[in-house]
Write a protein that binds this ligand. Structure first.
Ligand SMILES: [Zn+2]
Length: 400
């Protein structure tokens, strides 16, 4: 007991000594919300104002770690970044482990120098630097020589913008991109996040993939239309984040349906269309997030935003978020069953948080008549939108 007490003081003080170094670091996982998988090899850049402070590629698990203070930028009067001659391998505290020449900058550095698990820096004599984290003798998860050269190129660009340098109180920006080709979307859209400060425990970044679309320029465009609503409403509102607020249940009360229509054929059509709409959504969106239940005459009190009930109206079909009731126009003639099904789908998607698309019609959320139903583009975009974290701002994504 007493030995532990004696030991605890020096151990604690060395932890405290590390704290200031760690305080400007930011780490997290870059992922695809659709698959929940981490994305390797994404370029993560940390800017303060317009000045690039650090950049790194994510490892196999999509993990990144950037540091606002780890990299010493070359002096402003340095004319240009020459190719480097040697590179210092340093530990987290900046202690030199080894000086390496260009040929020695390879992915197996951890094994060659017997490095314990941890974070290290490669600091080139021309100011370019990269950081890596290794688990024991595993290879560096990216090509360090390529990254050092990439980083040198970025610093050269950064010098050109030197006149626009701002003060130390400028906001940080975290920029994540899947490739270095400007103006090409690549496999994923770029994403840029403003940060109040970099002293956060972790910051995970969800990316938007870039699938082939049939009738629109890209998935981002369609998602912006799907938010609908007024100008500037580009923030996804799912009424809660996946998976906590899913699946959602839609109640279909067959007894009250027969009672409302007093016409068995009509009531059966409405029940059939309701069930078909839900199973079609499950199939097209490849998710079990829409469940329909027949409540057999028991009208439930809706007490949260995860359940809705289908009811009928002689007015316009609409979803009322306050009562969580999906009102469906009761005037559909028997020959318009598929239009009725589209209407039920459209209103149910309002319950999922989607808006109306006023200026683009080729989507289930458009307002043209007849409604095209769930388009292939909807089937691609809506699952991503449903799984991304609630309140994601679509304006953070860009075509690069
Ligand atoms: Zn609508």
């Amino acid at each position: 007991m007493s030995i532990f007490k004696k030991l605890s003081i020096p151990v604690l003080s060395s932890v405290l000594a590390l704290a200031p170094l760690k305080s400007n670091a930011l780490e997290g996982i870059v992922s695809n919300p659709l698959t929940r998988g981490g994305l390797p090899n994404q370029i993560v850049r940390l800017y303060q104002g317009e000045v690039l402070k650090d950049s790194i590629r994510t490892d196999e698990d999509g993990h990144y770690n950037v540091n606002a203070t780890s990299v010493t930028l070359p002096e402003p009067n340095l004319p240009s970044l020459k190719p480097f001659e040697y590179v210092k391998l340093e530990d987290l505290l900046g202690r030199k482990i080894k000086t390496l020449n260009q040929n020695e900058i390879t992915r197996d550095i951890p094994r060659r120098y017997d490095l314990p698990s941890g974070t290290y820096f490669l600091q080139a004599d021309n100011g370019s630097a990269v950081q890596f984290t290794t688990l024991g003798k595993n290879n560096i998860p990216f090509d360090p020589l390529f990254s050092l050269e990439e980083r040198a190129e970025e610093l050269r660009e950064s010098f050109k913008n030197r006149s626009r340098i701002a003060g130390a109180d400028e906001e940080y920006t975290l920029d994540v991109n899947d490739e270095n080709t400007p103006n090409e979307i690549g496999g994923f859209y770029g994403r840029r996040l403003q940060l109040e400060d970099v002293n956060q425990d972790s910051l995970n970044v969800e990316m938007m993939y870039n699938p082939e679309m049939e009738n629109i320029n890209g998935m981002l465009d369609l998602l912006i239309h799907l938010e609908g609503g007024d100008e500037g409403e580009y923030i996804i509102d799912n009424g809660g984040s996946y998976p906590n607020t899913y699946p959602r249940t839609v109640f279909l009360d067959s007894i009250s349906c027969y009672r409302h229509f007093r016409d068995n054929e009509k009531a059966e059509m409405y029940l059939r269309a309701g069930r078909s709409a839900m199973s079609n959504m499950r199939e097209r969106f490849e998710m079990d997030d829409y469940i329909i239940e027949d409540v057999d005459g028991n009208l439930y009190e809706i007490s949260n935003n995860l359940t809705a009930i289908i009811n009928y109206t002689n007015g316009r079909s609409r979803f009322d978020p306050d009562s969580s009731i999906i009102y469906i126009n009761d005037g559909f003639p028997l020959e318009n069953e598929s239009e009725l099904e589209n209407e039920l789908t459209h209103e149910t998607l309002h319950f999922m948080g989607l808006g109306d698309s006023y200026d683009y019609d080729y989507t289930i959320m458009g307002n043209s008549w007849p409604n095209p139903g769930i388009t292939n583009d909807d089937a691609t975009a809506i699952p991503w939108r449903t799984k991304v974290t609630n309140h994601t701002n679509l304006l953070n994504f860009y075509e690069d």
